[in-house]
Every structure is written in structure tokens, then in C-alpha cells.
Ligand binder design. Structure first.
Ligand code: HEM
Length: 471
């Protein structure tokens, strides 16, 4: 059974706060912003994530995402933020998305006149994998090229490796729900479950080996004098060494070890790939269902970028697209990619009038927080205007409660460090698609399922050229 269906059924019966068990683990679900307020603040008492024992055995607790050791998490987090939020990195990212998209356009060229039909969420997953791999590790992968050519691209060894990697990454994301929700004894002793677990573990080992090889290869290149790049991997490999431009301020800090770099790289690939891909698939669906929004998006594109639908754009130009940014946010609000997020308390906490003992597991229900009719008008309407300030033609500023409860990128100390990366990839893609193409949905229903995050599937679209002659 889809855990989301089970969860929603219980939620309907419950109030602002309710509980459920995974094995013997009691979980308190917080449904209302008045209780979540305290948890959403950046303080250490809600730093720890739920320590899924199965994550430890598959090595997922070593990097950042599932690391509950504050000191090692903090050291890694600072480096990641420094790399991913740097303007130079984001500028390179915006250009990278355009180059990758242009390559797909070249492959569409011969068929686009009659329109091309394909499964968009799969295309998007492949596209995001290529971008994320390139930006994180400088490795070119050929996932989207394989998709565009129906796997008919010449199958060199490198391309075969890409195909194996994307399949393994996809299987990995699908298996996360299994490691969260299935009790250990089932996965260890019950055939069917245990066979699946063994398959997943082999898959994870393969992905780990791929990342190990990438990091070690680049480390050797840098030691042999290769020039530094602005990507994440180079940034990490030189952190706290003499090559690090910021090292003067960190004289007493130990240089980062290769092992740490591998853990972080793995986390960034894990955190960034499927998330952005799925988020954009949701956005595409909402835009297709709201032609009035599309009109406003195109108006902004035409105003900011002018009539040439092929003109290259910069991060700075993209920053001027306030309506597009608001549309991305509205899509993230209406269906949260990570609808729930569990944190463990450190110390006794008073929430909803009860004193909870230290070590209580709180599940914040972000989906409900972002769609609570007490705080949001017309919650089911896709209305980007709510995220636009009056200065930019929007309907209103967000209220304090809305600001607290709008948490698609999480909250507190561990809020998503890749949020600017994700926003810029999505905004770039909105411009690239809608300035030049029409996108028609081929099936009306939006299909998605929950496995640690919401995953879109079977989103069939037809893409054709937009008539831009009148611009
Ligand atoms: C639309 C896309 C994305 C969404 C909706 C999203 C959402 C989230 C959420 C909800 C969390 C948990 C925050 C918390 O615990 O409070 C998170 C954490 C994280 N995300 Fe993202 N994310 C996205 C894209 C990315 C990208 C592109 C990257 C990397 C480039 C990334 C890397 C991470 C990492 C490393 C963490 C763990 C942070 C920590 O534990 O300190 N995410 N993300």
C-alpha cells in the first residue's frame, strides 16, 4: 500500500497533533503551524533526524543528510553552503542548464515540427541527473541523450556506464521508502523482503564505488597540477588546504579527508537529483492546468529576454523573473516534495500544552502546513500571485504565519542547502521551455507516489514549437 494513502487516511481522522508507530518507535505528527512554530526555528534542540537503523547499515548516516553528530555535520554543512551558494557556482549552473537543454533541442530538431510525445518525468529525471553529476563532479553523463534517442545513441563504454548509473540511482530512490518503513526483522528474515534488501544493498555498493572512483580520480588530477574549477568537488577537495582561498580564516581547521569528500558528494547527488527533477514535473503539470499562469509567465519572459527565443541568459537576468519565481514557489507549496520531515528533540519540550521527553520523534506535516485554509486563501488554487509582493504586481505580502509554514525546503538548522541550485535550475527550465515550446498534457491525471519524497510517474506530454512570429 502507498504509505501516503495510509497516512492521509489517518490524518483525516486526526486533529492538529496525532501519533503513529513504526515498530516500537512512537512518532508525534504536528499538523498545525501554531505547534510547528517552535520546531521550525533554527535551534539545536531540533537538530537530529530520526536515526533509521537501516540507514546506518547502508552507510547513509556518514555524510550530511542523515548525520546526527553536530560537529561533523556542521563542518561539512559550512563547506557545502559555501560552494552551492557561491554566485560563481550559480552562474555556471545557469549556463550548464542552457547547454544541456540546447543539446536536447538539437536531438529534437528533426521531429519537433510534428510535435514529440514523451514521458516527461522520466526525461526530467535524466536531465537532472546529467546536470547534477556535471555540476557536482565534473563528470559528463549521457542520460538525457539516451532518452532523447530512445537508447539508440552509439553505445560506447562511457554511455553504457551512464545508463547503468541512472538505473541504479532510480532504483536507489525508489528503495528509500523500504528502508524507512519496513521493520528490520522483516528485511532480515522474511524471504521476499530480505531478497529485495540484498538487491538494494548491492545497488548502493555499486553507486558508492562510482562516487569513490570519481573523487579519487579528480583528487589525483589536482595533485598533478590540474586547474581548479568552481564546481563542488574541487571546492571540497581543496577545503582547508593552502589552495583554499578562505584557509587564512581557518588556520586551525583540519583539511577535509577524501572519505569526507566522498560522503558529501554522495549526499549532494542524493539530495539534488531526484528532488529537482520531480519538483519541475509538478510545476509543468500545474502550468499546463493553468493557462492564465502561462500567459503571465510568457509575458515576463518576453519582457525580460526579448523576442529572440534562443538568446543565452545569465543568472542576473533570471533574477529579474519575479513571476516565474513565484510560480515555482506556488508549485512547491501546493504539492510538497518532502511532505513530512521528522526531527528528534534534545531536551524536554513543551509543545501543544504537553511536556515531551527528550528524544521524542516529531513528524512535521509540511503538506498540511502549506495548505491550511486557516492561513492560506483558496488553498487548492494554483495562484503564484500570493508569492509576489505588491511592488511586483502580486496580490499581497505573505503573513508571518505563512512565512513560517512555507517550508518546502525544510526548516531550522538543516534547511536545504541546495535551494538556490534547485530554484535556479527550475527557473531556467521555465524560460527554456515556455519561450519556445507549447507543452500539452497527454493524460489528465497527475500520478505520483511517496517513497521518502513524492515521485512523479507517467506524465505524458506532447511538446511542439510555439508560434513566436508575432512577438
Ligand atoms: C526542489 C528541489 C528540492 C527540494 C524540494 C528539497 C527539499 C529538501 C528538504 C525538505 C530537506 C530537509 C530539510 C530539513 O530537514 O529541514 C532537504 C535537505 C537537503 N537537501 Fe534539498 N531539496 C531540493 C533540492 C536540493 C538540491 C538541488 C540539493 C543539492 C545540490 C539538495 C541537497 C540537500 C542536502 C545536502 C540536504 C541535507 C541538509 C542537512 O541535513 O543539513 N537539495 N532538501
Amino acid at each position: 500500500m502507498n504509505p501516503l494513502t495510509w497516512y492521509n487516511k489517518n490524518k483525516e481522522k486526526a486533529g492538529a497533533i496525532w501519533e503513529f508507530y513504526i515498530g516500537s518507535q512512537r512518532n508525534i505528527v504536528i499538523n498545525h503551524v501554531k505547534h510547528a512554530k517552535k520546531l521550525c526555528k533554527p535551534h539545536k534542540n531540533f537538530f537530529k533526524r530520526q536515526p533509521f537503523p537501516t540507514f546506518k547499515r547502508i552507510g547513509l548516516n556518514n555524510g550530511m543528510i542523515f548525520n546526527n553528530d553536530y560537529d561533523s555535520w556542521h563542518r561539512r554543512r559550512r563547506l557545502v553552503i559555501r560552494a552551492l551558494m557561491a554566485t560563481k557556482f550559480l552562474r555556471g549552473l545557469v549556463l550548464c542548464v542552457q547547454n544541456q537543454f540546447k543539446a536536447s533541442e538539437e536531438r529534437w530538431k528533426s521531429k519537433i515540427k510534428d510535435g514529440i510525445e514523451f514521458e516527461f518525468s522520466e526525461w526530467m529525471r535524466y536531465f537532472a541527473t546529467d546536470i547534477q553529476t556535471l555540476q557536482t563532479t565534473k563528470q559528463r553523463s549521457y542520460c538525457v541523450a539516451l532518452f532523447d534517442t530512445n537508447n539508440k545513441l552509439v553505445q560506447s563504454e562511457e554511455i553504457k556506464k551512464s545508463l547503468k548509473f541512472i538505473t541504479a540511482a532510480k532504483n536507489f530512490f525508489s528503495s528509500l521508502g523500504f528502508f524507512i518503513f519496513i521493520p528490520q526483522f522483516l528485511m532480515d528474515y522474511v524471504p521476499g523482503f530480505s531478497h529485495y534488501r540484498e538487491r538494494c544493498e548491492r545497488n548502493i555498493k555499486y553507486l558508492n564505488d562510482v562516487v569513490n572512483n570519481i573523487v579519487n580520480k579528480r583528487k589525483k588530477e589536482l595533485e598533478e597540477g590540474a586547474e581548479l574549477d568552481s564546481d563542488l568537488l574541487d571546492h571540497l577537495l581543496i577545503a582547508h588546504t593552502l589552495k583554499d582561498p578562505d584557509s587564512k580564516n581557518n588556520d586551525n581547521v583540519e583539511p577535509i579527508t577524501t572519505k569526507e569528500v566522498i560522503f558529501i558528494t554522495w549526499d549532494i547527488l542524493l539530495g539534488g537529483t531526484d528532488s529537482t527533477g520531480n519538483a519541475f514535473s509538478f510545476l509543468l503539470y500545474h502550468i499546463a492546468k493553468n493557462p492564465n499562469v502561462l500567459v503571465k509567465i510568457r509575458k515576463e519572459i518576453d519582457e525580460v529576454f526579448g523576442p529572440d527565443p534562443n538568446v543565452e541568459f545569465t543568472l542576473e537576468k533570471l533574477d529579474k523573473c519575479h513571476y516565474i519565481e513565484a510560480s515555482v514557489k506556488e508549485s512547491l507549496r501546493i504539492i510538497l516534495l518532502a511532505p513530512y520531515n521528522a526531527k528528534i528533540s534534545d531536551g524536554i519540550e513543551n509543545i501543544a500544552g504537553y511536556n515531551w521527553q527528550s528524544g521524542t520523534s516529531f513528524w512535521i506535516d509540511h503538506q498540511t502546513l502549506c495548505n491550511n485554509p486557516d492561513y492560506w486563501n483558496d488553498v487548492e488554487t494554483f495562484n503564484p500571485d500570493r508569492f509576489l509582493s505588491i511592488n511586483h504586481g502580486g496580490s499581497s505580502e505573505l503573513s508571518e504565519f505563512q512565512k513560517i509554514s512555507f517550508t518546502p525546503f525544510g526548516f531550522g538548522l538543516r534547511t536545504c542547502p541546495g535551494r538556490l541550485v534547485a530554484m535556479n535550475i527550475m527557473k531556467s527550465l521555465v524560460v527554456l521551455f515556455y519561450r519556445k515550446y507549447n507543452i500539452e498534457l497527454k493524460n489528465e491525471k497527475l500520478n505520483y507516489r511517496y517513497s521518502a519524497s513524492n515521485l512523479v510517474y507517467d506524465l505524458k506530454v506532447k511538446i511542439s514549437l510555439r508560434d513566436v512570429s508575432s512577438l
